[in-house]
Design a binder for this molecule. Sequence first.
Ligand code: ZN
Length: 392
Amino acid sequence: MNTLPNKITRKRLNQLNIFRELYFGSALTKKELSKITNLSTPTVSKALSGLSSRKLIKEKGRKDIPTGRKPKKYGLNNNSIYGLGVDLEIPDLRVAIYNLSRRMVASKGTYLDMDKLRKNPTDHLTEKLSRILKDFVRDEGLDMNSMLGAGIAASGVVKDGGFRPFSRFERSRDIELKKPLEEKLGFRTSLGNDLDLQLLSQLDRLGHVKDSNHVALYFGARLSGKRQPNVRIGGSIAIGGEVFRGTGGSTCEFGHMSVTSESASGLPETRCGNSNCLESYINAEIKRDDGFSVPPTITRAIEQKIKDLVFAFSPSLIIVDLDAFPEISDEIIHELDNFTAKLENTIGLGGVQIRKPLNKDRSATRGAVINHFDQSLLDPDSFSTLMENYNQ
Ligand SMILES: [Zn+2]
């Protein structure tokens, strides 16, 4: 990130730096932008007029100062660019439109046809998604040209424009999605793992991470399926605000980590290959239970796994999203707070903030759009291309 990309000119880079500040922060004056970016006021002025001419930013009132002329403030033009977010929580399908400030404009939910999905997943997803997205944009009265494209959240391993929805099919298989969907829709799409994208959305709400040593962990336990509820456990890690994806396209398969050092007894055969896996253990414990309260074995197992993660990553932030077991969230967070406070005094690990997700909506549509915006707006090459072509 320290070297200048080949294709971007100094002019574009200045515009991108200014745009980035306004994208992550609130409206600012020329003087404030000049101070933050180390660019001269005339350079800031030039960059602002370039961004305004593409309608990406606009004037946003004036800054209140005690004496003299109140300077103009500049901020994002929210009516210029929109992104579509898709959350594929098979068989549930949620879509939402977000503006440039990552605020939801409209949303709707529907279902996928499991039979069609089993027969030809790429065809079914491409047809269903392109129809829904086009109708949705039209129903909301938005111009197709203002759509920057779609971000898609999928569960399981996401890699090379496809994904592998591990738990939903008897045999895991890669489903190609990005290319066929782009061909059908005629605009850019990006794909990410749902929990990675939820973490991105939470970090965006909490404020832009500037420290490259900042480590954030997301631990999620979700219920999926209505007839046969199944707990799905997973997670994500972001370093310096960027999701770490590992070699295989997905890290943080917390759900498949081991419960004990020996084989946990009474577990059904697991599909992941780890006979001792946490997710299988928890699902077996639920089936054994009366269903009135969360068995303490589950609480302890989750708590222990997160403690191990603290040792492994020394995170600054842990988001504990126990959507499947909301009644034990506070107990677990309280225990982890005590635990990390102790660690700070013993081995020096600590200073970690442990919290529930900021809002109740666990859908990853917002994160999917943020990921898409990051790739299409904040990447130097994509930004240059956008500035050359958009709103000309
Ligand atoms: Zn497993």
